[in-house]
Design a protein around this ligand. Sequence first.
Ligand code: ADE
Ligand code: ZN
Length: 331
Amino acid sequence: MSIPKAELHLHIEGTLEPELAFALAERNGVTLPYASVDDLRAAQAFDDLQSFLDLYYACMAVLRTERDFEDLADAYLRRAAAQGVRHAEIFFDPQAHLSRGVGMGAVVDGLWRALSRSEETHGVSTRLIMCFLRDESAASAMETLELARPYLDRITGIGLDSAEVGHPPVKFREVYEAAAALGLRRVAHAGEEGPAAYITEALDVLGVERVDHGLRCMEDAALVERLVRERIPLTLCPLSNVRLRAVEALEEHPLPAMLDAGLMCTVNSDDPAYFGGYADDNFDAVRDHLGLGEDRLRELARNSFLASFLEDDEERRARYLAEVEAYEFPR
Ligand code: ADE
Ligand code: ZN
């Protein structure tokens, strides 16, 4: 079901397919702690967010050069285009590379080589969002923002990811203030494994414009009412939530209740190489397992463009929105 859509919650490192991981390992002389692609796939049985993060960071060891980041982004954009993605706002985790001796330049320049020709090659417009690892220190986040200064013409915003519980948004107040002063847009993961209070804190303390996941807002009726009133977009990732056991089964996912409550939901793939599907696979999953009809699916696609950071190109947003309204579902 390739309805035109924007992808707003996508970690580029989470698009590293096992086949590419092994190819890059060979190219760079790096040894992965898995014997084969099948072995690596077999390791993708997760108990929770941390068990996923352990594998996610281990596999990143193969990403060493500008060309690796270019190849990674190009492979994602090709797959995304085939799944109806017209616009992608892509997260990257610089600290996970800096700590391995890979410079900010290799990461951003490499990603940018793929992103800058993506419209021409894949028909997908893009933005970059730099995430801070919340289980690293606030000082490390601030140093990372400093290192990114020469590249800010290519970076639209900042985000916050990695292990959530025990690392509340308030820990990053100063770096979000500094980023806002630099004109960067602000998002943060909140309410994936962490409590609803982290969502409120991300809004009040970090000034986020979108909440990544935000699933657990449903535990706080006053917060739901606020998110509806303020039209705060939530970037939900249904297949991720199942694989990381934030929900017990797809059938239990609160997305229908969230839409019924009037929340501005979007559907995204998070780390598609690890969670069993890209953008359309997530749309198909919510259609098939949550009984969402055409009106709801069109609403999700419309929301993705309304929530995207396209304020600098409203003509493009209008074009994408018109594509959503004109889309005819297959019979
Ligand atoms: N980094 C990559 N994927 C993530 C997720 N789902 N939650 C937190 N950090 C992440
Ligand atoms: Zn995420």
